[in-house]
Structure formats: C-alpha cells, structure tokens
Design a protein around this ligand. Structure first.
Ligand SMILES: C[S@@+](CC[C@H](N)C(=O)[O-])C[C@H]1O[C@@H](n2cnc3c(N)ncnc32)[C@H](O)[C@@H]1O
Length: 274
C-alpha cells in the first residue's frame, strides 16, 4: 500500500497533467490495461458492466471514457442505448466514434435528471473535488438512475509498490526509497462507499481479486513507466528507477520462475435517490 504526499495527490488530479501528458493519448493507459492479460482469474469488465445495465434503457454517460473500452463494448452489445463518452482529454478521444465530448466530470453537459446511467470507471480518483463530482453525477441522473464506478483497493499490486521503493532505495543509497505515486488511493475501493453514500443509495461493492503471474519483465517495465506524467514527484531519477526495477524483477523471475502481482480491483453500483 502506498500513501501519497499532498503534492502527489494534487498532481493525480491536476487537469494540465491529466489532459496534457498522462492521457494526452492512450499510450500510458493501454500499458496499465495490458498487464491484466496475465491475470488469473480474468474479468471481462465491459461484459460485467453490460450485465449491470441489463434493466437500463435510454442514455448512458461514460465519464472519463479514456480509450473507449466500455464505450466500444456497449455500442456493440447494447445498440439500443444512447452511449455518450466524455473525457477531460481531447487527445484520448480522437479515435473514438461520436458521440464523444471533451468535458469535465465536475461540470457535466447534461440537464438535471436527464441520464439513465453513468459509468465512472477508474476515474473518480482523478477529479479535483470528489464529493462535488459525485453530487454532479447525482444531479444528471434520473431518480433511481444507476451509477457504476470502478477503482482499486489500497492493497492492489503491492508487489509493484515494493519493487519500486526497493529500486528507488538502491539508487538513492537508502534502505528504502520513496513510495511510487498511487493513482487510485484518493478514491480507493475502501474509501469509495463513504464518498458515494453522500448522494447515492443501495451501494454494492463487487470485489475482483486476482493474481498476475509474469515470466517476462516487459509488462512490469511498461506499467511502471506509464506513471511518467508524475515522474517529477517521484523523488528519484524516474527512468533510472524503472530500469533498475526491471533488473530486480528479472532476478526474481530467474530465481523463482515468475514475478507475481496480487490484484484487487472492484466495481461499485449504486442508485440515485428517488
Ligand atoms: C484511468 S483512465 C480510465 C479510462 C476508462 N474509464 C477505463 O476504465 O478504461 C481515467 C480517464 O479519466 C479521464 N479524466 C480524468 N479526470 C477527468 C475529469 N475531471 N473529467 C473527465 N474525465 C477525466 C482521463 O483523461 C482518463 O481518460
């Protein structure tokens, strides 16, 4: 488990960093998404979300839609729905078919009670004001409308946190270096229900635990390097640390046969008050 400094937390929600670097295109996001190919069990998140939307008709807003993983799946499997993608970053939306809009989740371009369901998948930890954004989502949802949000547990991928701080420590000549920046800790699986309870009812958390087993370091290198947008806050020479962490992971694979990462993500569903 990592714990951000106040500056790191602010940078995780810094719109210039998010739209201008972290998600200016899909490169870094795709690197983080791709590591799940080696997870067991595998979870088909777009399919799980589609099941949750079984009783929904009308308009779905996918806020922070990123490279369109959920948008693409829903448009194929639920062509009856009007699915609108929104993201802070114009760059990440470029390949996505309309309707997609550049918009901030904190100021949604929808009338009150005009949306039937909202997806906020792995994105609420990036917004500046989490309670205000949740209230904004509740404003646009019809009474009884569904919010589906996803995030990670505070314990997710702790082996990568350990790998990073060990590598950073070696580079700085310390027993342990600074923790890597955590993206999801501002709205982790543990914190999310408390935030949602302010505006929503019937809050359910579906835990999705798994184990990633790697015999090749490339996915680890890509995952660690995908935090490049926050490199200036890492407290270590970032690329040198990624390189050294890769060497350490290589040694683990050579001696133990695999590098194992424990994952704990989850999906929350809740209803707008009637
Ligand atoms: C980790 S990605 C998740 C993408 C997608 N929802 C998924 O789960 O694959 C977070 C996305 O949220 C977007 N984002 C961050 N802050 C936002 C905000 N305030 N309003 C709208 N989108 C935002 C980012 O640009 C990025 O595309």
């Amino acid at each position: 488990m990592t714990s951000n400094t106040t500056r790191q937390d602010a940078a995780v929600a810094d719109k210039a960093i998010l739209a201008g670097h972290a998600y200016s295109d899909e490169r870094h996001l795709a690197a983080r998404q791709s590591i799940y190919r080696w997870q067991h069990p595998r979870y088909d998140l777009p399919s799980i979300v589609t099941e949750e939307l079984a009783d929904i008709t009308g308009t779905i807003a996918d806020i922070g839609c990123g490279n369109g993983k959920f948008l693409d799946y829903l448009r194929t499997h639920r062509p009856d729905l009007n699915v609108v993608g929104l993201d802070l970053s114009a760059g990440i939306l470029t390949r996505l078919p309309a309707p997609v809009l550049v918009a901030d989740a904190q100021n949604l371009p929808f009338a009150d009670h005009s949306v039937d369901a909202v997806l906020a998948m792995h994105m609420l930890y990036h917004v500046t004001d989490i309670p205000a954004t949740i209230a904004e989502i509740a404003r646009v949802l019809r009474p009884g409308g569904l919010l589906i949000a996803s995030t990670n547990s505070d314990t997710d991928k702790h082996e990568l946190d350990r790998l990073w701080s060990t590598a950073a420590g070696h580079i700085l000549g310390l027993p342990e270096g600074p923790a890597r920046v955590s993206l999801s800790s501002r709205f982790s699986l543990e914190k999310a229900p408390g935030y949602l309870a302010g505006s929503f009812t019937d809050i359910r958390t579906r835990h999705l635990p798994g184990t990633i087993t790697l015999t090749d370091t490339a996915p680890i290198t890509a995952h660690l390097a995908s935090y490049e947008a926050w490199a200036h806050l890492s407290g270590v020479p970032f690329h040198q640390t990624v390189h050294h962490a890769t060497d350490l992971a290589t040694t683990v694979i050579e001696t133990e046969g695999a590098f194992t990462i424990t994952c704990h993500g989850g999906i929350l569903t809740c209803r707008a008050r009637t």
